[in-house]
Design a binder for this molecule. Structure first.
Ligand SMILES: Cc1cc2nc3c(=O)[nH]c(=O)nc-3n(C[C@H](O)[C@H](O)[C@H](O)COP(=O)(O)O)c2cc1C
Length: 360
């Protein structure tokens, strides 16, 4: 089972609360997290791209670094961990992304991956005059599919003459080609997002939901596995979950309660307004999921494992045993302390990571 970390590229990570650690995203913070991850045997790190925050009292995600630039920097201060950067397909032409990824491949000696971000938040792109209009909600994965075709053509042949509905390449050249194959990652939760991932990606993220509910992700993983099997695709499921852990259950639960007490409702309201612009009524879509969970969960929608180190290790093992899961990506309420506690207290208690701990 692979293990990854969702890097804190934007302020305050993933907890939308005045009582959560308040921090700005810096290269130094991300460097220290990714180097700890590498020390604890993590397999990959992913940074998101976010171009417009949610405001509110905490100015949630109003401060955010750029993903591929960050990964290029991290590539030069790490040795083994795979680095997955996120690309806003509406803002960066595919031939430029192909070249940036090849540059990270060169800096990292073959450790680059690319997360394809279709764009669900109108405000991010509208502010730059790049929002294609409401039709994008319906057509965003068709756009992504063409985008990925061009990336793969350039990476494997150095050329593209792709002709599609959204892109036209004219004897486009891109050399050198990357030294290692660059995995493509999708992160859509809707049926359309799953279908896109099965067809075009090497991995798709499925998000857990609720509190201490590893099984919540099982239907989504099964849906992806079935979609991939139906077309003979190698696409595999990765799972995202947050960890709020402490020495005792009571301590961890008290921390969680304090985040709920301090929920930044204005930032959550802005996020809600943005997500509800998507008319997609699919119950698996992010917009619908957020509406269901936001009242009790002041985080960005992902499920949370809360409790003592022992309890969280057991919950993560239960997650790892779900059929079809290739890896788990973690976020933390408190990144520096959470990562250290994971490496020293949680991972050594995990059966699914016994080989890693043994090797260390
Ligand atoms: C692990 C993970 C990473 C994501 N990264 C980004 C990102 O970098 N930028 C972004 O705008 N959305 C990101 N998303 C959101 C998805 O890319 C997708 O746009 C969102 O789930 C809405 O699409 P859907 O309606 O198909 O679920 C991420 C989601 C997950 C679970």
């Amino acid at each position: 089972m692979q293990l990854g970390v969702f890097l804190p590229i934007a302020n305050n990570g993933w907890m939308i609360s005045t009582n959560a650690p308040q921090f700005l995203p810096t290269f130094d913070l991300n460097k220290s997290i990714v180097q700890s991850a590498e020390r604890f045997g993590f397999d990959f790190a992913l940074s998101m791209i976010k171009l417009r925050g949610f405001g509110g009292q905490t100015r949630f995600w109003d401060f955010s670094l750029e993903s591929l630039t960050l990964m290029a920097g991290l590539a030069s201060v790490t040795e083994r961990i795979e680095l997955i950067g996120s690309v806003p397909v509406l803002a960066i032409p595919p031939a430029i992304t192909a070249r940036m990824a090849t540059t990270i491949d060169s800096i990292s000696h073959g450790r680059c991956g690319i997360n394809i971000v279709s764009g669900w938040q109108k405000a991010e792109y509208d502010q730059m005059g790049l929002w294609p209009g409401a039709s994008h909600y319906e057509r965003r994965y068709a756009y992504c599919a063409e985008y990925v075709s061009i990336l793969r053509e350039l990476w494997t042949t150095g050329r593209s003459d792709f002709r599609g509905e959204f892109f036209e390449m004219n004897d486009c050249r891109m050399e050198p080609m990357p030294q290692a194959s660059i995995p493509i990652v999708g992160a859509g939760q809707s049926d359309a997002g799953t279908a896109f991932a099965a067809e075009c990606c090497d991995y798709n993220f499925c998000s857990t939901s609720g509190v201490n509910a590893p099984q919540s992700v099982a239907p989504k993983v099964a849906k992806l596995v079935a979609a991939a099997e139906a077309i003979g695709s190698p696409c595999k499921a990765l799972v995202l979950t947050m960890v709020v852990a402490a020495a005792t259950d009571a301590e961890a639960e008290a921390r969680w309660q304090s985040y709920r007490d301090g929920a930044d409702v204005d930032a959550m309201e802005f996020r809600e307004t943005q997500s509800s612009l998507d008319p997609n009524k699919d119950v698996n879509a992010t917009a619908a999921r957020w509406r269901r969970s936001q009242a009790e969960h002041p985080n960005t929608g992902q499920g949370i494992m809360i409790g003592s180190y022992e309890r969280v290790a057991g919950l993560l093992d239960e997650l790892a045993e779900i059929e079809g899961i290739a890896g788990i990506m973690l976020s933390f309420d408190d990144f520096p302390n959470g990562m250290e506690a994971f490496g020293t207290e949680i991972q050594p208690r995990m059966k699914s990571r016994a080989s890693i701990v043994g090797a260390a």
